[in-house]
Design a protein around this ligand. Structure first.
Ligand code: WTA
Length: 640
């Protein structure tokens, strides 16, 4: 048991790190309460955690503390460093660049906060934000935080149906969207997709107003009385706005993510604990320095964007960069130019981006200076030792630590990494749990722990400040999803292996979640979308290894009648039901799916067949019809 809490003897880490781990272990309550000192409180908390993982499960941090998140991210810094750049925005068109100082950002946030208040948004109400990579995305999140509204940021790649589902579930009162989103040569019609989504919401839904940011200035239909020009509205407001004093456990935001079953889950994050975690992990993982230009390439609609584009760097008073454009449009090397132009010091991206860059001519990256870089990081999926080494050598020029950060929407911020400057990186391994993070590996039944070296289900045995409090209006699902597999632990859904000296390797999801280019996709969502086709009897979606995307989606579909089902139509159903990003690589129309005698689809087999790993199909004797496997292999081969 002991090594669950302490650093294994073999780990070579900085003294300061070791001391932190020791302090956290010795007296967690005192350690975490001291961390609350990172923030400015209206009422400082008198206690850290009142969380427990058993019974009805409670996640509660700094419960009697009171604060405002936007004040912590803005007003504090306006007092001490008003002219420091808070946000550098670069558009995808040449020369589009804007620098917002802390004073500027504060003013913009206040103006929008005043608009939202005028539109009747009250503390606790939900505001949906559906914007591309523009500065207003950050402004909108902080404006919600200022007035205590709960933001729900929605991905630009969701279909109208995907948007509608999330808007209805959260019953948002106001939506902030854009005329269009630019993606290379394409214009994505954000506003008209949102109009479709709102039309899908039952009897008009909860949305009273839609604020429309003008990104390209194209004309879009505006519904009288409901739709308002963002620019016209903010122009009417004062650049100051009294912040709402919030309790630490009031929700700051909810963010939808996918799980192994059913509809997307609205993960609810707190105001106090989350912000402590965002600030602490930004500092620890990236060895944050005051003069950093911090570039996290994630979209703000994912948790990575929430924590490391917005809250972590801003609560620490750093300078963040947002770039609207793609890595390789109009030609390869755009992102390296962004780094050089802006003297980016920390570059945090995804393994997918690294793999894509590796495929380009080496001359592209070598033609750039990249001398400003100090720390590199990745997140979202495992990074192979080859990609890690390429990133380190070619982008970091052998001079920058590479931090592979493992965490999830539910964790609020990084849980496992090799903190820059403190813990040596190891290609392919995520690293060590952060100080105070108590990892446990459990046996597959969820009842025994694997101590020392070994492999198991990746769990946490104790809460941490960034932990999600619940699922939106569904605490029971929260309890079921995360605390029932391994009683007494938080179960992450991932498997992991621990080396002798404590380094953790993530082995991937052990549930029915597929990770496509870092997008977490529940196979159940895909199957639900496929089922909307009346010609479909049943289907099964699985993930297979993919060179570029990490994993790719493959769907097996059983058709009602031979010859009547078109794979392209099935793909369209997924695009419409979930979003473009989830459209499968391949759709196989098959006669039957392999099932156990109790009727459960054997996904393990489907994965192997789709990945063409036919040598070792494992034990087939539990199948209700073992014959079906050969037929399946034949049908798949015919369609390849
Ligand atoms: C996976 C993204 C390996 C993992 C922050 C996790 C990773 C899920 C890593 C969460 C990593 C994330 N190495 N796998 N460094 N980071 N994952 O909620 O399966 O979008 O459970 O959060 O991505 O995805 P989410």
């Amino acid at each position: 048991m002991a090594d669950r809490f302490s650093l294994p003897a073999g780990a070579v880490v900085a003294d300061q790190y070791r001391a932190r781990v020791r302090d956290a272990q010795h007296d967690p309550e005192a350690f975490w309460l001291a961390q609350a000192g990172r923030l400015a409180w209206h009422t400082p908390p008198s206690a850290a955690s009142r969380s427990y993982f058993t019974g009805d499960v409670q996640i509660s941090w700094y419960a009697d503390g009171q604060l405002n998140v936007s004040e912590n991210c803005l007003d504090r810094h306006v007092l001490t460093q008003p002219d420091k750049a808070a946000l550098i925005w670069e558009g995808q068109e040449k020369g589009q660049r804007e620098v917002l100082t802390y004073r500027d950002l504060h003013a913009r946030v206040c103006r929008l906060a005043n608009v939202l208040r005028r539109l009747g948004v009250r503390k606790g109400e939900r505001v949906a934000i559906h914007l591309p990579a523009v500065a207003e995305g950050v402004v909108a999140m902080l404006a919600c935080a200022r007035i205590g509204a709960i933001h729900v940021v929605l991905f630009g790649g969701f279909s109208a149906e995907g948007l509608a589902e999330r808007i209805q579930d959260s019953s948002a009162g106001v939506v902030i969207t854009a005329d269009v989103a630019r993606r290379g040569a394409k214009l994505i019609p954000s506003k008209t997709t949102m109009d479709k989504a709102l039309a899908l919401c039952a009897s008009g839904g909860s949305v009273r107003h839609v604020l429309v940011v003008s990104v390209s200035g194209v004309d879009v239909p505006m519904q009288e009385g409901r739709d308002l020009s963002y620019e016209a509205e903010v122009a009417q407001e004062e650049a100051d706005c009294t912040p709402e004093v919030m309790n630490a456990c009031d929700p700051l935001f909810l963010l939808y993510t996918s799980g192994s079953t059913g509809r997307p889950k609205g993960v609810v994050h707190s105001s106090g604990g989350y912000l402590v975690w965002a600030g602490l992990t930004h500092e620890l993982a990236f060895d944050a320095q005051p003069d950093d230009i911090f570039w996290c390439t994630a979209d703000t609609s994912w948790i990575t964007g929430h924590t490391y584009v917005v809250y972590g760097p801003l609560v620490n008073g750093a300078t963040v960069l947002i770039y609207e454009g793609l890595p390789s449009w109009p030609e390869p090397g755009q992102w390296w130019d962004v780094i050089d132009r802006n003297k980016v010091t920390v570059f945090y991206t995804s393994p997918t981006v690294v793999r894509a860059a590796m495929r380009e001519d080496e001359a592209v990256v070598r033609a750039r200076s990249l001398a400003s870089l100090r720390v590199l990081g990745t997140v979202g999926e495992p990074i192979s030792p080859e990609a890690w080494t390429w990133f380190s050598e070619e982008v970091g020029r052998g001079q920058c630590p590479v931090v592979d950060t493992w965490w999830q929407t539910e964790s609020g911020g990084v849980l496992i990494t090799a903190c820059a400057g403190q813990v040596p990186g190891r290609p392919g391994a995520a690293g060590l749990p952060l100080p105070g993070v108590e990892i446990a590996l459990l046996g597959t039944q969820g009842h025994t722990t694997v101590d020392g070296e070994g492999e198991g289900l990746l769990c946490l045995s104790r809460s941490w400040p960034g932990q999600a409090m619940t699922l939106w209006q569904d605490h029971d699902r929260f309890r079921q999803t995360y605390f029932s597999t391994c009683p007494g632990y938080y179960f992450t859904g991932d498997g992991a292996r621990r080396e002798k000296d404590g380094y953790i390797w993530i082995t991937g999801r052990v549930d029915d979640v597929v990770n496509v280019s870092g997008h977490r996709i529940g196979t159940a969502e895909i199957e639900d979308a496929v089922a909307t086709d009346p010609e479909v009897v049943e289907s099964a979606a699985v993930g297979i290894p993919h060179d570029l995307k990490g994993q790719g989606l493959v769907v097996y579909v059983v058709a009602r009648e031979e010859g009547r089902l078109d794979p392209a139509r099935v793909a369209r159903a997924v695009g419409e039901g979930v979003g473009r990003y989830a459209v499968p690589e391949k759709i196989y129309i098959v006669k039957d799916l392999p099932k156990t005698r109790s009727g459960k689809i054997v996904r393990r087999l489907l994965r192997k067949i789709a990945a063409d790993e036919l040598d070792n199909l494992g034990d087939l004797s539990t199948l209700s019809d073992p014959e079906c496997v050969q037929a399946l292999i034949r049908q798949v081969a015919e369609q390849n």
